[in-house]
Design a protein. Sequence first.
Length: 293
Amino acid sequence: MRIANLAGRLIVDNGSGFVDAHDASDRRFAADPQAVYGRWGEFFDWAAGASLGAGVEIELDRLGPPVPRPRQVFAVALNYAEHAAEGGFSKPDRPLIFTKFPSCLAGPVVDVALATPFVDWEVELVAVIGHRAERIAAAEAWDHVAGLMIGQDLSARDVQQAGPAPQYSLGKSFPAFGPTGPWVVTTDAPGLTGELELECRRNGERVQHDLTSSMIFSVSELIAYISAVCPLLPGDLLFTGTPSGVGSRRDPPIYLQAGDELVSRITGIGEIRQTFRDAGPSRPLTPTDGSAR
């Protein structure tokens, strides 16, 4: 099943194309795409078994972020061994968690202003929480996940590394630095909780490619680790880490430029696309040398 955000309204496809969930449920469920996660179990049971009739396919550029207003957005650094190695780091012995602020979220097809000259790409699998998860075991984690989608953890590397200590959350939270989508695919989809292939292309050239089996810490392990500290709430997002191939670790480094197109794909889910433009001469922070992790 796929659920998406069309002009701020929840749409759902259980096999025959998208329909408006509010109308199809006789107003049982709110039109707001974020509200569904507060009633996830009830909604899933209804949508999976409902005769929704013939729906339609929706152009990706009409869709907004599938989960538009999560209360918490968690992310993971260095969760692929080759990505850690390309930055000169050893494999971490525990998850390295940071946050992205929800105001950075955007839909699957978006025009992104380059906030600094050092904006980098990071394709990621994103898990959407469907049920509150607090102090749960890894073996129980998938029971708390509503579905999966694609995300780009766009990163201003200069801001990320400005000052005496890294500013991960600020450097990764400029407007539209969290494009997501194109929809949430629910975890009952065949193979979705197994091995998935990730790919990112810049202007048609493949710059990242790996399998989710290469994660150092699995989705289940990440949820168990975070939930031991703070509850994961319905509708929260978890960016699970990026593979190797980021621009800042190339020799010489490569950063996104005005006119670039970024296309990110994950098997079983789909693709998202971003184009980039100059933000203008005024910048909120003074760039450093652009070094990054």
